[in-house]
Design a protein around this ligand. Structure first.
Ligand code: GDP
Ligand code: CA
Length: 340
């Protein structure tokens, strides 16, 4: 049995996890939620002989209309559980938007955050459990008993620790929640800084440090280096866990040919003064031997990275289908020293 930990954001991370499951011989998507779970594996987060834990970014989390929304956790849960809207890459398949339209009828603020009707059920249960005193990690495990993602989904932290951006607009210099900048403004407002509010005091959620310490390989999914991976690295104990694990830590570049494949990673990288290149992102993470977090780095064919102390390999890094993504995962495990 191999134990693999993946640091993951939303859409990019979830797609990578599908490929990793396939690479480890697990069914990428579990049985449909309508089917009764099969004994005796129904109570376990993992099926089969391998064990995958995904440490998922919670920096995007936000309160909307009194509900706690965890976009990256939900994207992973729906994708791996077979409930995601495949074209959008997030939210529920066969979604309807009646509640959103009714809220707009009241002029309710915020009107820019899309809460789908099916998705709302998840947020209602999560919010109720949080109000009853359960930590997010327990709530997530409870939600996963329906979706059975086949991967242990661990929020990076149970503490409130959200990404805010400092922007300049007609109102001058001000801070807003990352989601407002990303969704409402389409990441178009000039941003001078990302701030992980609460990161200094945040503790990793139960199980995160243990999973990293006991892993045979730790992989950084090809997720946004600033607002998905960076927001988790801002939590001091997560960074320390990566620096001290005996497993090799291998990253996959989300930047291919100098471009982000999706999303607005270019803008995010420019803000923190990192060039939008696979090599520059590797340099930003740093080699473990030189105080950083990586032992190995996969770049797309034709890309390069030269960072002293970092083992770099060139392989195709396009997640075009599950087979191509599984090959990426196999290459990452191989660089971590695991033959599966
Ligand atoms: P988000 O939280 O939904 O924004 O998702 P993530 O942070 O997990 O993933 C977004 C990142 O995935 C973007 O920065 C993209 O560059 C990267 N990405 C998306 N598709 C691919 C792909 O096919 N290959 C690689 N290498 N990166 C990808
Ligand atoms: Ca995200």
């Amino acid at each position: 049995m191999v134990k693999v930990v993946v640091l993951s954001g939303g859409v990019g991370g979830a797609r990578f996890l599908l490929g990793l499951k396939a690479a480890l011989g697990l069914p990428p998507i579990g049985p449909p939620a309508s089917e009764p779970p099969s004994e005796p594996t129904d109570r376990r987060s993992n099926t089969g002989e391998h064990d995958i834990s995904a440490v998922v970014n919670t920096g995007d989390d936000i309160w909307v209309h009194g509900l706690r929304i965890c976009p990256d956790l939900d994207t992973c849960m729906y994708t791996l559980g077979g409930g995601v809207d495949i074209d959008r890459g997030w939210g529920r398949a066969d979604e309807s938007w009646v509640v959103k339209a009714e809220l707009a009828g009241y002029g309710a603020d915020p009107d820019w955050f899309g809460l789908g009707d099916r998705d709302l059920a998840t947020h209602l249960i999560r919010t109720r459990m949080l109000h009853e005193g359960y930590p997010l990690s327990v709530v997530t495990a409870a939600l996963c008993t329906r979706w059975r993602p086949g991967v242990r989904l661990l929020p990076a932290t149970d503490d409130r620790c959200e990404t805010h951006v400092v922007v300049t607009d007609s109102q001058g210099l001000r801070a807003m929640h990352f989601q407002e900048w990303w969704i409402r403004h389409g990441a178009a407002l000039p941003v001078s800084e990302f701030v992980q509010i609460g990161a200094d005091d945040a503790q990793p959620a139960a199980g995160v440090q243990e999973a990293i310490a006991e892993a045979d390989a730790v992989l950084l999914a090809p997720s946004n280096p600033v607002v998905s991976i960076g927001s988790m690295l801002a939590i001091p104990a997560i960074r320390r866990a990566l620096r001290s694990t005996t497993a090799r830590v291998i990253g996959l570049s989300p930047i291919v040919g100098g471009r982000a494949m999706r999303g607005m990673a270019e803008t995010c990288l420019a803000t923190i003064g990192v060039r939008c290149e696979a090599g520059a992102v590797a340099e930003h993470y740093g080699a473990r031997v030189a105080g950083g977090i990586l032992d190995g780095w996969l770049v797309h064919t034709g890309d390069a990275a030269t960072v002293p102390g970092l083992e770099v390999r060139e392989v195709p890094l396009l997640m075009t289908d599950i087979a191509a993504t599984a090959a990426m995962a196999t290459a990452a495990l191989d660089l971590a020293g695991l033959a599966v």
